[in-house]
Design a binder for this molecule. Sequence first.
Ligand SMILES: Nc1ncnc2c1ncn2[C@@H]1O[C@H](COP(=O)(O)OP(=O)(O)OP(=O)(O)O)[C@@H](O)[C@H]1O
Length: 252
Amino acid sequence: MEKIIIGEHIVKTFGEGDEERTVLDGVSIEINEGEFVAVMGPSGSGKSTLLFALSGIDGVDGGKIVFDGKDLSAFGETELSDIRRTKMGLIFQQPTMLKSLNILDNIILPSIRGNRKNIAKVSEKARTLLKRVGIAELETRDTTQVSGGQLQRAGICRALMSSPKIIFGDEPTGALNSKSAHEIMDIFSEINADGTAIMLVTHDAKVAARTERILFMLDGKIVSELKLPKLNGSDIERRVEEVTAKMLEVGI
Ligand SMILES: Nc1ncnc2c1ncn2[C@@H]1O[C@H](COP(=O)(O)OP(=O)(O)OP(=O)(O)O)[C@@H](O)[C@H]1O
């Protein structure tokens, strides 16, 4: 199977001199095309830093990251941002949307940057995505007039606009109630079933239990992993138990 991401011995430090802290301590990680992966670990263990490194948002101090066959260190900031815009989808706990634009315009904005000619085509794609995530009727709403779950659905649409090879989610359900979180995870499962790889950082065993492989981090290292079969809909409780038991075993 093709690897969409290969990270080898990634090292990331913050601070200088006596203040220097190693936050990623030689992390090696591979993600296959179309894979659904979660990263768990205690607060401060380096999960978000790893996600920021793999997506090229932050540079690293050691090791190598190959995305879609290309070494990220070969690219400058503009090229990295182009790669992120066209091949990666990024979803955070709360989507940052421009308050001056409605939901639809926020979704299409990154896709029309520098090329307003394709606005009709891009809007059509956005409407298809809005329908798919169940908020078609909200396209003209202000971003302040929708619920957290609805805003996250819009964030997912924005991330899907480029038909990315991988979606990175940093606690994408962290600010949602359990019903909304469940619905958002249903959407992620569908996106993954269509072939998009997904890597989610999460504290939530219920979220991780929906994925196929869970990586456990402690102190800047991946210390363990748990593989799960594809979700079949009826085995979620048993999966959550398995994840929880593994978290206890690892010490999270
Ligand atoms: N820009 C930064 N400058 C200095 N230290 C940082 C910076 N970003 C992260 N850190 C530190 O790196 C460590 C790992 O942070 P990171 O956000 O990756 O952890 P995490 O596992 O995602 O935690 P959480 O679950 O709380 O989000 C923390 O100690 C954090 O304070």
